[in-house]
Design a protein around this ligand. Structure first.
Ligand SMILES: NC(=O)c1ccc[n+]([C@@H]2O[C@H](COP(=O)([O-])OP(=O)(O)OC[C@H]3O[C@@H](n4cnc5c(N)ncnc54)[C@H](OP(=O)(O)O)[C@@H]3O)[C@@H](O)[C@H]2O)c1
Length: 173
């Protein structure tokens, strides 16, 4: 089975929170537009709790939900898989690139295999129970895609970064 290239995409606060009370703790339409633009047409792989934040298929993308609950039922257009390897195999049938879209456990479990990370840093300190560990981006290439100010639709400023693992950091020659 072909394995797709993997990327991660997330938004985190300065203190590394990505979720509070099972939800994303901010509403930033222009970051959501970036998420949609970046992932459109690609398989998206998510943990069961991330799926339950919206409980419907995100359109235009193969939606894969990972759970250990063998009887889990998801909405129409969402496929349930038992483990990450199964998610990767299914994603590889559909595309050569797939996105891990959360939550914390999935980001942790896949960091060593991703080539690219789209990281939005929300310039705020937020309270929440879903907290990302510090990933080691040493040797990765860092690009700033956008610096977004506070405006009437965005309560927080944010920076959208793209990190690419260099061949050397990946262990290549
Ligand atoms: N800011 C962002 O960019 C962003 C992105 C995504 C999510 N979020 C937020 O993050 C929170 C949810 O994230 P979370 O970390 O709490 O949970 P999560 O990772 O979305 O879901 C965890 C669940 O996924 C399943 N799972 C994880 N690894 C698995 C594996 N290897 N094999 C099989 N199943 C596996 C398990 O489901 P079962 O218990 O059913 O077995 C586990 O309990 C929400 O607040 C959400 O809004 C934020």
């Amino acid at each position: 089975m072909p394995s797709p290239q993997l990327a991660q995409i997330y938004a985190r606060s300065e203190n590394r929170v990505i979720g509070a009370n099972g939800r994303i703790p901010w509403r930033l339409p222009d970051d959501f537009a970036h998420f949609k633009r970046t992932t459109m047409g690609r398989p998206i792989i998510m943990g069961r709790k991330t799926y339950e934040d919206h409980e419907s298929a995100l359109p235009g993308r193969l939606n894969l939900v990972v759970t250990r609950d063998g009887s889990y039922q998801a909405a129409e257009g969402v496929e349930v898989v038992a483990c990450l390897d199964q998610a990767m195999a299914r994603a590889g049938e559909a595309s050569d690139l797939a996105f891990i879209i959360g939550g914390v456990g999935l980001f942790e479990q896949t960091f060593d295999r991703v080539q690219t990370v789209y990281e939005t840093v929300v310039h705020a300190e937020i309270k929440g129970e879903a907290v990302l560990p510090v990933f080691n981006f040493e040797g990765w290439q860092r690009n700033v895609l956008e610096e977004h100010p506070v405006d009437d639709r965005h309560a927080f400023a944010f920076t959208i970064l793209r990190w690419d693992r260099s061949p050397v950091a990946h262990g290549g020659a």
